[in-house]
Design a protein around this ligand. Structure first.
Ligand code: NAP
Length: 288
């Protein structure tokens, strides 16, 4: 059984990844997945997404009939779990061991970060951000690789299993107001780039995606405010998941190691390489 695993599938970017992978799989554009495993804490939202995506099957298949005339169904599996809890990863590992799937795609998308001065943050928020963004992402990759590596060697070059890790442009530099979050995303960038090099000879592509502000629930969660939106200079660079996610999948298909999405983010990336960090921090302090 070929599968794709998407974390953070209940909302925002992860939800859009599920929609796109399902559409591609069902229409034989790229890899076919027998199942997409959707992971997040909110079971109700995952079930809603499953219904929504399934509801589109007839329309999709009637638009693009398969050569055999039969439907090419991709299953959607709801796996509600809190990735900050070690028992969740143990459960997932046991499930993989039992079912022995081939993981053709792993998308590490679940992530969070609290906004505000570090001194005002709780130990729980700090623990959750580091555990979800760094520990769970790395350990899940660890758990999944044994189900990717054997298939990788038998597949044509550049058509092997793929990993997409969602980092952030926040990871380019320290960010007052998002001190822990930005540090965790630096970790994701560093980890992903090293892993990409380790795995490229093994026919597994790792793509690190670095978006800037995107219209998801991220900002609402980070500010604990259901009405929160991006403000200041960030509000000028807000993108949408329907643009970002197809670009991320394209980058992964091309085996790109890094996608910095958006002109503003590309400029920030270049500046982070050439300007002294203290200069950028001085500018950032004014925005914080
Ligand atoms: N939106 C932006 O501006 C932006 C910019 C750059 C990078 N990013 C990154 O993009 C990724 C996706 O975020 P998003 O923008 O789509 O935000 P989002 O809409 O808030 O989605 C976050 C996802 O993570 C899941 N999640 C949170 N805590 C979890 C936990 N303990 N266990 C399992 N799943 C958990 C959430 O599901 P449940 O609540 O149901 O668990 C949700 O599906 C994150 O890594 C984020 O850091 C976002």
């Amino acid at each position: 059984m070929n599968i794709a695993i998407v974390t953070g599938a209940s909302s925002g970017m992860g939800k859009e990844f599920v929609r796109q992978l399902f559409w591609e799989s069902d229409n034989r554009i790229g890899a076919h997945y027998d199942e997409i495993w959707m992971i997040a804490r909110s079971e109700d939202k995952l079930r809603e997404l499953k219904e929504e995506v399934r509801g589109s099957v007839f329309w999709i298949n009637s638009k693009v009939p398969t050569s055999s005339g039969s439907h090419y169904i991709t299953g959607l599996r709801v796996l509600p779990m809190d990735l900050t809890r070690p028992e969740s990863l143990a459960k997932l590992s046991a499930r993989l061991q039992k079912e022995q799937p081939v993981i053709r795609m792993l998308i590490n998308c679940a992530g969070m970060g609290k906004n505000g001065a570090f001194a005002g943050q709780s130990q729980e928020d700090t623990h959750s951000a580091i555990t979800l963004n760094c520990t769970a992402l790395s350990e899940l990759t660890n758990i999944c690789l044994p189900y990717m590596l054997p298939a990788a060697s038998s597949l044509p070059k550049k058509h092997g299993p793929r990993i997409i890790n969602i980092a952030s442009s926040a990871g380019f530099l320290p960010q007052p107001g998002y001190a822990v979050y930005a540090a965790t995303k630096s970790y994701v960038i560093s980890f992903s780039r090293a892993l990409a090099v380790e795995l490229q000879g093994k026919n597994i592509a790792v793509t690190c995606v670095c978006p800037g502000p995107c219209d998801t629930d991220f900002i609402k969660v980070s500010k604990d405010d259901p009405n929160a939106t991006f403000t200041g200079i960030k509000s000028k660079f807000v993108t949408t998941t329907d643009k970002l996610i197809p670009a991320s999948i394209r980058a992964s298909k091309k085996c790109k190691k890094m996608l910095v999405y958006g002109l503003g983010q590309k400029a920030l990336h270049v500046m982070s390489k050439i300007l002294p960090t203290s200069w950028i921090l001085f500018f950032e302090k004014g925005m914080y």
